[in-house]
Design a binder for this molecule. Sequence first.
Ligand SMILES: *Cc1c(COP(=O)(O)O)cnc(C)c1O
Length: 485
Amino acid sequence: MKYVSSRGRAPEESFLGILRSGLAPDGGLYLPARYPHVAAAELARWRLLSYAELAAEVMARFADDVPREDLERLCQATYTAQTYGYGRPDSDAAQIAPLRWLADGLGLLELSNGPTLAFKDMAMQLLGALFEYILGRDGAEFNILGATSGDTGSAAEYAMRGRRGLRVFMLSPQGRMSAFQRAQMYSLADANIFNLAVDGTFDDCQDIVKAVSGDLGFKAAARIGTVNSINWARVAAQVVYYFRGYFAATENNAETVSFCVPSGNFGNIFAGWVARQMGLPVGRLILATNENNVLDEFFRSGCYRVRGAQETHSTSSPSMDISKASNFERYVADIVGRDAVAVRELWWELDARGRFDLRPMPFWRRVQDSGFASGHSTHADRLVTIRSVQRDSGVVIDPHTADGVKVARELRQPGEKIVCLETALPAKFEATIVEALGVAPTRPAAYAGIEERPQRCHVVPADAACVKRYLAERIGLAATGVPAP
Ligand SMILES: *Cc1c(COP(=O)(O)O)cnc(C)c1O
């Protein structure tokens, strides 16, 4: 399997070649040169597999430079009832991603039963296992530098904690996460986890990560990489649960199933697109946004217009508060038939004007024929949805999942089966649940009293040079020209 850049000016790479990198050197995103196809007989066989076995099958299609038996071992060690057993007491942890019917034709795929109670654990845990495996094999070290406003950072830390050869340096905006999110990250006592509380906003944190990674000499010397949502291994690992959700929702492979996905950076739903390219009978891919409706606007109008910080709202589904969708370029590359010149022109226009419009181009027809639908929700919609799902089916859903359920109900066609992806558990977003239901959601036992546990973090100014010094010291970099603190 060869991976190529969406912008066509970067060398081809293998799966392991792109495992630790973010953007391709030409600024594009890596994609498989062509999607692997799953034949009908294989699909029939996959229906009978456990989650871990299915994950190994799917990953083997993308990671053909990892020996099959090693992939199987990593998937077996990752997808266990123990790791994915933090969810609701009545969930079947052995299923890893169980499906629950909320109403006729409307299912909830439980993807948030992992250690940080968000769907990001589904892929991030496997990424942690892959990293440790490769680093162990090569006797190497790797330092993950990231910025988080909540979910990604904790998912990365819980996936990498205690793993040999790995350190995580996670920047978070001081005082701007929920008490629960803060406790989740800062209470980790593992020696390879470093939480940096930045005196600034999430954008400041991201700017620092960009500045530090932009110093290529430092980046190489400090062996720095990322695990953000454009990481291909994460996308590939997310493909697995579309297959799983499809099998759980159907009796045979003649049926089609639509998926509704609360979206931010377009990583989760893009995995559904990949599953369909591989031959999974996916009906519609229904994209749900909150008030930050960049993507909903695109699928309705053909115009992709990124937002500035001023125009990015802070909402009660904060993990979807994005101003641009970092994985979107992969979808557009597929839409333009992998014409790298067309991709470069569109992104050139985006950089210059903050938008591009596909309507006047033949590509808009292809978008319309690509099986996507979209909608958005508001804070009031989320409250109503949380209430009504609780009333009608006894299940408490989180505000992000509520964005999805709201849109799925609105767009569902007669006879259509829609599986809504549950992207977080309500325990993570207590305040909104209390606002909707008047009572706090049940908290998984492992998280009882987490706010009272001792916390550790290092407060730093919003200054890339300070962060570099901090990294250099912890990594033990001597002669890199970084002045001592
Ligand atoms: C990350 C996240 C999302 C958005 O997922 P994308 O892959 O960025 O589209 C939605 N909901 C929750 C709870 C998340 O953590």
